[in-house]
Design a protein around this ligand. Sequence first.
Ligand SMILES: Nc1ncnc2c1ncn2[C@@H]1O[C@H](COP(=O)(O)OP(=O)(O)OP(=O)(O)O)[C@@H](O)[C@H]1O
Ligand SMILES: [Mg+2]
Length: 285
Amino acid sequence: MSVPKIELRIERHGFRLRDREGEEFVAISGVAIDVPAGQFLTIVGPSGCGKTTLLEILAGLAQPTSGSVRIDGQEVRGPSLSRGIVFQQYALLPWRTALANVEFSLEAAGGLSRRERREKALAVLELVGLKGFEDRFPHELSGGMKQRVAIARSLVYEPDILLMDEPFGALDAQTRELLQEELFTLWQRTRTTVVFITHSIDEAIYLGQRVAVMTSRPGRIKALVDVDLPRGDAEADIRSHPDFARYRHEIWDLLRGEVARARTALPPAPTAGGAAQTPRVHATL
Ligand SMILES: Nc1ncnc2c1ncn2[C@@H]1O[C@H](COP(=O)(O)OP(=O)(O)OP(=O)(O)O)[C@@H](O)[C@H]1O
Ligand SMILES: [Mg+2]
């Protein structure tokens, strides 16, 4: 499995959409992100700032009106199985078992025998901790289990890039922490390039090597925070480490005004210059 680098450039008047009245508006403006091969990037930003739209652009499901996405130098022009996507809604097929849901992805992709599909699906379900639950239907699975099936379904293609849009948003707090830990372990093993959107600052710090903070609409990247936490001791809860608390404060400081602006629908702060400029914030610890 190759590990690619992502380069995303969206210019100042970058990605436009039409509202219900047919008026054009800028959904995302001025985004420049380079995701080095194998990095886990998390993105936080106020509701409606364009995070899902950004992920759709990375997935090739939407085309930026000005700007481009390149993966290893190749421009993204449409969706590809080399980019696995996990959305907040599990979107499982209710009439198929967990195993059959994962197999379905491979059926759609084609090229494998029935036996190969089964073997791959069983292996990936085991990887996400669902051994023994293969024959359950979605309504017989908890929310956390359903989300594991959804993750298994994107992993089964062995994607080079994993794009995740608030995949744990609908889960209870304990299941969410457990799945964060599992995803982090999985990433440590595979070193897949991951772009992960979340509303949770803690989740962003726990998972991300780098956290991108977005402004309110039209979304820009306000800051990039490199996270460097001592990850060596598997038993220690990194969330209670003093550095973790410092990152939480720093990111919340960056985000607070944007969340307030998004809630009161004030126009976004003016930006200087034309092209995307992203300040890089290095936490001083
Ligand atoms: N297909 C569409 N047509 C028109 N407007 C849209 C469309 N999709 C999104 N929008 C608008 O574009 C803006 C960005 O939406 P987006 O869903 O990307 O935000 P978001 O940051 O993911 O929000 P949330 O945190 O609530 O998920 C929002 O104001 C939304 O209303
Ligand atoms: Mg969204």
